[in-house]
Design a protein around this ligand. Structure first.
Ligand SMILES: NC(=O)C1=CN([C@@H]2O[C@H](COP(=O)(O)OP(=O)(O)OC[C@H]3O[C@@H](n4cnc5c(N)ncnc54)[C@H](OP(=O)(O)O)[C@@H]3O)[C@@H](O)[C@H]2O)[C@@H](O)CC1
Ligand SMILES: Nc1ncnc2c1ncn2[C@@H]1O[C@H](COP(=O)(O)OP(=O)(O)O)[C@@H](O)[C@H]1O
Ligand SMILES: [Mg+2]
Length: 281
């Protein structure tokens, strides 16, 4: 098991080239947020935009539009009950499931339209629906972000039995082979043949919306950095908890929206390393 260090941030977060525009930093489509769970997509979108995503569209229940826009006018919105084909077609990264509740038809319609080269992140209720209805994964570049109970539902491995060997074996039964982010204290990230472990982060992160924020960060990093999907995922997972640890030095709890507010500062710090190599400060 490889332990993640801040090296992953140094390798991944680079200074932006001047002659670039929003289209170069990822078109992200976020699908989720029932009337009850609108906060989940607001937190997805806050994290994606603050991670540097170029364009973010949120497909959600219309009752969430005003709240979303009051937090984040940068995001575009559409009704998730309408035909999402044009939005799906133009997205680089699709994040579906945070606060999606029981909206099975929206999930199956999305799964049927995703293309091979697209990145598909499945979170929250999408994972529970996948397990309940034994849905097949589409041919795409897939990231699964379950907490331990969501992984139990998907893998049928009881939480107490979720050992690295069993998790890897269960992951091998999925086609195409996804990246698994198994969220818990010391989150583990599984690729087809390697396991990475987060050794930072802590219980000050145990607040609803913390995973929704992570999913938005993964979307933002994956849509923007020209590195492997695996590297982008590892960097987002590390950055999420690095910010939490930093904030926790002065806080009992770290709430998800505070993490999003700090993402640009952390990324700035790591991007500066490129400058210091060439300048004599
Ligand atoms: N503001 C919003 O809109 C928010 C919306 N949200 C959205 O709500 C939807 C439902 O998601 P969910 O995670 O809340 O519920 P569910 O999938 O039933 O899992 C809970 C069950 O699993 C168990 N459990 C065991 N281990 C665990 C672990 N390590 N981490 C967590 N749970 C663990 C746990 O055990 P217990 O707490 O009973 O001990 C309980 O029995 C989903 O779409 C999500 O995106 C949330 O993001 C919150 C903010
Ligand atoms: N005790 C803990 N130590 C470290 N990280 C934690 C702890 N509790 C929760 N987290 C982190 O918080 C997030 C919780 O994800 P999730 O349960 O999906 O939240 P939500 O669905 O409410 O947004 C994960 O990234 C998890 O690793
Ligand atoms: Mg969650």
């Amino acid at each position: 098991m490889h332990k993640l260090t801040q090296e992953i941030l140094k390798q991944t977060i680079t200074k932006r080239a001047n002659a670039t525009h929003k289209g170069d930093y990822g078109r992200i489509l976020i699908i989720g947020g029932t009337e009850q769970y609108g906060g989940a997509v607001i937190m997805n979108a806050l994290a994606a935009v603050n991670s540097g995503a170029g364009l973010v569209t949120v497909a959600t229940h219309p009752s969430n539009f005003t709240a979303l826009h009051s937090h984040l006018p940068e995001a575009m919105v559409t009704d998730y009950a309408k035909d999402l084909t044009p939005f799906i077609t133009s997205a680089d990264v699709i994040l579906i499931g945070s606060g999606l509740g029981e909206e099975l038809a929206i999930l199956t319609a999305t799964l049927s339209k995703v293309k091979t080269e697209q990145i598909l992140i499945l979170d929250g209720s999408a994972l529970t629906l996948l397990a309940e209805h034994q849905l097949d994964l589409p041919n795409a570049r897939i990231v699964l972000t379950p907490h331990e109970m969501e992984w139990q539902r998907l893998s049928q491995i009881e939480i107490a039995e979720q050992t690295p060997a069993k998790n890897l074996a269960a992951l091998a039964t999925f086609t195409p082979n996804p990246i698994l982010v198994l969220k818990k204290f010391q989150t583990e990230i599984y690729t087809a043949d390697q396991i990475f472990q987060l050794t930072i982060g802590g219980p000050y992160q145990a607040t609803g919306g913390m995973g929704d924020t992570l999913a938005g960060m993964i979307a933002g990093f994956a849509g923007q950095f020209h590195v492997s999907l695996e590297q982008a995922v590892l960097a987002a997972v590390y950055a999420h908890s690095a910010i939490a640890d930093d904030l926790a030095r002065e806080r009992y709890v770290v709430v998800p929206t505070q993490i999003s507010a700090e993402i640009p500062k952390l990324m700035h710090r790591y991007a500066q390393k490129d400058e210091t190599k060439t300048k004599n400060f």
